[in-house]
Design a protein around this ligand. Structure first.
Ligand code: HEM
Length: 360
C-alpha cells in the first residue's frame, strides 16, 4: 500500500482543505492538491478545522465517483465538490402519501422545503458532470463510461435520460455512503498497530457502529410471505433496521462502544465474507457497489493509520477538545464536522510520504 502525495499546485495554497482524492491504481490512495500535503511536505503539524476535515473526506468520496463514472478529475475548487446533498428522508410522507398535496405550512409538511433544496442540487449533479463528460469525449479531452454510453445511444432521448439517471443514482448511492463511513473513522485509543487483521477489525467495527443508512432502503413484498409465524402480505413495506441488527445485544456485549477486538477473537477471525457486513444490506437488493465501498473505506483507514497520527485538537489554553460524536439526522447519517490534529506518525512515515510524493 502506498500513500502518495502529489506536489501542491499554487491555487491549492489558497484552499482550506486537504483533498484526499481517489484510488488511481490498485492500492494507491492519492492525496492531491492538498493542504494536508503542503503541511506534510513542510513537516508541519497543524490543527485541522472541522470544515477542513469534512471537506477532505467529502472530496475523497465524491471525486472517486466523478472519476469512475464521468472521467472527471474534481479538485476542491470545483463547484461540483462544494455540492453536498444530505437526503433528509421523509418518513411522514412515506406513511401518509397524501401529505404531498398539502402546503408546506401544514404540520408535518416541513419536508417540502427540504425537497426544493435537494432538487436544485440533484439537478446540478444530473446535468453538469454529464455535459462535461460528453464535451470531453467530443473534444478528445477524455473518455468515460457515461459519455461513451451517451454516444452509443445518440438520438434516443429516452435512453439518454436513463443514462443520466444511472449516473446520478450511482453518484448518490456511492458518495454519501462512502463519505459517512470514512467520516466515522476517527480518533481511536489503541496503541500503534499496523497488522492487517487489526485494521480489518477496525474497519468492520466502524461499519457496524455507524451504518450510513441506519434503516437501509425500504423493500416491498412482491408476494405474501411468512416469517417466524408472522404473515407479511404482498405490497407490505419492510424497513430493515440495520442499526438494531448491528447492535444485537446477544452478539455484542457493549453494542454502543467502539471495540474492534471481538472481530479478531471470533473463531473465523475478522476476514469473513462481505455479506456479514449488514451495513451494505442483504439479499437480492444488497448494495451493488459494496466491493467498491469496502475497498475505498478500508484503504482510507489503512493509509491513514499507517502514516499519520490523529489526535484531539487543543484549545487556546492547551486543553484537548473533545470530539462530540454527533451525527446528522438525515437519510444518509453523517458524522458532524469535528476538529482534530493530524501529523506524520514518525520520521519513517514522513520519509515514506515524501518519497511517494516524488523523492523530496
Ligand atoms: C460504505 C459504502 C456504502 C454503503 C454503506 C452502502 C450501503 C447500501 C445499502 C444499505 C443499500 C440498500 C441495500 C438493500 O436494499 O438491502 C445500498 C444499495 C445500493 N448501493 Fe450502496 N453502499 C455503499 C457504497 C456504494 C457504492 C460505492 C456504490 C456504487 C458504486 C453503491 C451503489 C448502490 C446501489 C446502486 C444500490 C441499489 C441496489 C438495488 O436496489 O438493487 N453503493 N447501498
Amino acid at each position: 500500500m502506498t500513500l502518495s502525495l502529489s506536489a501542491p499546485s499554487s491555487s491549492s495554497l489558497l484552499v482550506a482543505s486537504g483533498d484526499l482524492v481517489y484510488i488511481r491504481e490498485k492500492n494507491t490512495l492519492i492525496l492531491n492538491n492538498s493542504q494536508v500535503a503542503i503541511d506534510l511536505l513542510e513537516k508541519r503539524a497543524r490543527i485541522y478545522s472541522d470544515r477542513e476535515t469534512s471537506l477532505a473526506v467529502k472530496l475523497l468520496s465524491q471525486s472517486l465517483m466523478y472519476a469512475a463514472l464521468y472521467g472527471l478529475e474534481i479538485g476542491y475548487e470545483d463547484p461540483l465538490a462544494q455540492n453536498t446533498i444530505l437526503l433528509p428522508g421523509f418518513p411522514a410522507l412515506e406513511r401518509f402519501p397524501w401529505l404531498r398535496f398539502m402546503p408546506s405550512s401544514f404540520p408535518g409538511c416541513e419536508f417540502k422545503r427540504a425537497v426544493n433544496e435537494c432538487a436544485q442540487g440533484l439537478d446540478d449533479i444530473e446535468t453538469i458532470p454529464f455535459d462535461k463528460a460528453v464535451n470531453n469525449l467530443k473534444t478528445g479531452a477524455g473518455t468515460s463510461l457515461v459519455a461513451e454510453l451517451a454516444l452509443e445511444n445518440k438520438g434516443r432521448p429516452e435512453l439518454i435520460e436513463l443514462i443520466k439517471t444511472m449516473g446520478t443514482n450511482g453518484f448518490i448511492a456511492a458518495a454519501d455512503t462512502t463519505m459517512s463511513s470514512i467520516g466515522s473513522f476517527r480518533l481511536t485509543t489503541f496503541e500503534d498497530r499496523q497488522s492487517l487483521p487489526y485494521v480489518e477489525a477496525i474497519y468492520r467495527e466502524i461499519m457496524r457502529l455507524h451504518p450510513p443508512l441506519p434503516l437501509g432502503i425500504n423493500h416491498v413484498l412482491t408476494e405474501d410471505d411468512f416469517y417466524m409465524g408472522y404473515h407479511i402480505p404482498k405490497g407490505c413495506i419492510v424497513v430493515p433496521n440495520i442499526w438494531a441488527m448491528n447492535r444485537d445485544p446477544n452478539v455484542y456485549s457493549e453494542p454502543d462502544k467502539f471495540i474492534p477486538e471481538p472481530f479478531l477473537d471470533s473463531p473465523d477471525g475478522p476476514f469473513t465474507s462481505i455479506n456479514n457486513i449488514y451495513t451494505f444490506g442483504f439479499g437480492r437488493r444488497v448494495c451493488v457497489g459494496r466491493y467498491m465501498g469496502d475497498n475505498t473505506v478500508w484503504l482510507a483507514i489503512a493509509s491513514v493509520l499507517a502514516t499519520l497520527d490523529l489526535r484531539k485538537a487543543k484549545d487556546n489554553e492547551g486543553n484537548e477538545v473533545d470530539i462530540p460524536g454527533e451525527y446528522t439526522q438525515t437519510f444518509f447519517r453523517h458524522p458532524k464536522p469535528y476538529r482534530c490534529c493530524i501529523r506524520p506518525r514518525d520520521a519513517r512515515a514522513s520519509e515514506l510520504i515524501l518519497a511517494a510524493a516524488g523523492g523530496v
